[in-house]
Design a protein around this ligand. Structure first.
Ligand SMILES: [Zn+2]
Length: 531
């Protein structure tokens, strides 16, 4: 039989000895002896078995449709996946394509009983994976509990001594940096300095932060010092844990690591480790208290109202911030402090810009042609989305089917005495949760498709809207105006001579007075115009 080889190694240290070379050697030796021929190798290096989207595995699945090879050989089922669900999906897929799966560790599933064993094996390899990561986590926890440090670098003020044969990792006071920390806390706590004043003094004294490309202190660095309880002699382990990001910055097809975001754990789960003290608890608390007072009464927090808060930009790229209730001023100097600013743009009169932008926008909101055009473009785009309905809902429904089959397999395993009642119950609960999730996803996809089917807006409807809108626009409060501007305007780039408004037009639900005040959704289209 012509065979494809599939190999995978992850970065997990537990699997170091299972190199690709070893897998290749063992697999090829066994199956070539049996008279098979290898025609193509597929290798995913540094990929976790918990991730299904791997480049070479994808290629393998694509090639399964061709007659390049008749079977796939690998070391163990866990090379394909460490997730039971994934393993089932892959097994079924290859079986359907008429490709045989060969393993060194277990025999190829030929009948229902074998397939059941294959599934059970998958189940245990998933369990094993959790056990490994759990063991790893527990090991770290145990270290921390016994007072050992698990850090890769020491905070400013300390030096790290890495673990040796005789000693654990520890941190000790770095005398020069510790003096700097003491100085900073004293300035803040005893002399009532602001953070900017602290930075000015440090710069005057020629004291530099530890590693900084700009060789300049940032306010955030000083802020981190103020919030770092290590200086009082207490370090914490396990403050946060890794999760999958909710709003990823970029969508990547192939992702080695899924959990790239971090969230704080509840404080009672943190583990306290004693370290040498640099400042007293009294001084630390004094600084914290003072900083809170400062931020409450800082002049910049005095209430001035700007209609375009956080929407105005300077041509240099930095935001403009409202100042003294009179100007939108370029903020470059704040971010590059204490380096002198290079932007020479002056402040822009805030009340003038506010009223100009409001005039422009409120008129746009009453232009019939524009609204009609945008609305219809919007419904068209929704309809275009609807065309992908088939491709979006169908796979989910197939997923539901495969859950049913999985459920049947469990029942069989339970019947055959391969699972005890508790294991069976646990698996069933897990399955039910997956099913609920899929059903919810399906109903969401379906309802958005229904929404797209709604009829086009007529001219009469736009007329009605405009009547409502012009009456409503006149009686708006400051907050309501601000809300509308935030919905419609993306950015205003302003100089003393001209302003460019970049924005969106709200086109969803235009018929009532309430709706123009509560535009919920940012439409897809953008436009810009010059005031
Ligand atoms: Zn600027």
């Amino acid at each position: 039989m012509r065979l494809a080889f599939y190999g995978r190694v992850s970065t997990q240290r537990q699997e170091k000895e299972e190199t690709i070379e070893n897998q290749l050697l063992v697999v090829k030796e066994k199956f070539e002896k049996e008279g098979h021929v290898f025609v193509k190798d597929y290798i995913d290096e540094n990929w976790s078995g918990m991730v299904l989207e791997r480049p070479d595995l994808d290629q393998l699945r694509l090639d399964a449709a061709s007659d390049l090879w008749e079977g796939i050989a690998m070391y163990d089922t866990d090379r394909l996946s460490r997730k039971y669900m994934h393993l089932c999906i892959l097994q079924e897929e290859f079986e359907k394509a008429g490709k045989q799966l060969l393993f060194v560790t277990i025999k190829t599933p030929e009948n229902d009983e074998d397939r059941l064993m294959f599934g059970i094996k998958g189940l245990f390899s998933e369990y094993e994976r959790y056990k490994i990561s759990e063991r790893f986590r527990l090991g770290k926890l145990r270290k921390a509990r016994s007072g050992q440090l698990i850090i890769s670098h020491a905070p400013f003020g300390y030096r790290l001594f890495k673990k040796t044969d005789k000693e654990h990792t520890r941190i000790e006071i770095e005398p020069y940096e510790a003096e700097v920390i003491k100085m900073i806390f004293t300035w803040l706590g005893e002399e009532g300095c602001s953070i900017r004043e602290v930075i000015r003094r440090l710069t005057d004294k020629g004291i530099q932060p530890r590693k900084s490309m700009r060789k300049v202190w940032a306010t955030s660095t000083i802020n981190n010092f103020i919030h770092n309880e290590t200086y009082m002699g207490t370090a914490y382990f396990g403050k946060s844990k890794a999760i999958e990001p909710k709003n990823p910055l970029k969508i990547e097809k192939y992702k080695r690591i899924k959990k790239t975001s971090r969230v704080l754990r509840p404080k009672e789960d943190w583990i306290l480790i004693k370290v040498p003290t640099i400042i007293t608890e009294e001084l630390y608390n004094k600084v914290r208290a003072r900083m809170e007072v400062n931020s409450k009464f800082a002049p910049k927090n005095k209430k001035h109202e700007y209609l375009l808060t956080s929407l105005v930009a300077c041509p240099c790229g930095y935001n403009r911030v409202g100042e003294q209730g009179r100007y939108y001023r370029c903020s470059q100097r704040i971010y590059t402090f204490p380096v002198k600013q290079s932007c020479t743009e002056g402040g822009v009169d805030s009340s003038m810009l506010d009223s100009m932008v409001w005039q422009e926008i409120s008129q746009l909101l009453l232009q019939k042609d524009l609204i009609l055009d945008y609305y219809n473009r919007w419904t068209d785009s929704l309809n275009a989305k609807h065309n992908t309905y088939e491709s979006q809902v169908k796979p989910l429904e197939r997923g539901l089917d495969s859950l049913e089959r999985e459920s049947a397999r469990y029942v069989k395993a339970f019947g055959a005495g391969l699972l005890d009642f508790q294991q069976f119950q646990e698996l069933k609960v897990e399955l039910d949760n997956k099913r609920l999730l899929l059903q919810a996803q399906i109903s969401v996809k379906k309802s958005s498709a229904d929404e797209a089917k709604r009829t086009h807006l007529t001219e009469g409807m736009v007329d009605t809207y405009c009547q409502f809108a012009s009456a409503a626009l006149n009686g708006l409060s400051f907050q309501q105006k601000q809300e509308i501007l935030r919905t419609v305007v993306e950015k205003v780039t302003a100089t003393q001579k001209e302003a460019i408004i970049y924005g969106y037009i709200p086109v969803k639900k235009l018929n009532t007075k309430e709706d123009i005040l509560n535009v919920e959704q940012r439409p897809i289209h953008r436009n810009h115009w010059i005031a």
